[in-house]
Design a binder for this molecule. Sequence first.
Ligand code: ZN
Length: 224
Amino acid sequence: MSATVDSAARAENAAREAVCRLAASLFDRGLTQGASGNVSVRLPDGGLLVTPTGRSLGRLDPAGLAKLDADGRLVSGDAPTKEVPLHAAFYRTRGTAGAVVHLHSAHAVAWSTLPEVDPDDALPPITPYAVMLLGRVKLLPFFVPGDPATGEAIRGLGGRRSAVLLANHGPVVASRDLEAAVNAMEELEATARLALLTRGHHPRLLSDGEVARVVERFGVEWDA
Ligand SMILES: [Zn+2]
């Protein structure tokens, strides 16, 4: 085995272990349940490692992850989640995306159903951290799970958003790598929880000027 192949294989094995470890961490903390939620990472050759359909994120086998080639064909492993179109849409439109996480986390789902949510700016600016890690979050309408229209809706954002909330379903977050995508997803869920806790109490939100200062200071990608 050449040194290049060997190092690619080592990197892929490390990615497999990381997907299973972080997916289990999300599951163990109740951030998704049953066989819901899915995780993918982009490999250097443009292919993807994707969590399999019908499996709990809490009990994944590194060797059983679906490996797709750059054209989306299954190369090895178990059949991928039927929500692959959500992941593929982010990779296609965001060249910087190295990982995508989708969960059915309770607070984000609850928030996605409320009438006051602005579809174009779905999370209120309660803390600077959601602004920093997520930019502006888009609320997309309800789609039947697995409907290719979900991927089309994400592609329709033209790569300008890294996080979306699917109404009555759950959030999807893309980031440069798996660790960053998990951190951003945790921030999204925490912010939805804070939004629910403060709902109806007239919380002081960050002003437009305060948000602008956070965006400038941290170089946040902000789709105005
Ligand atoms: Zn889902």
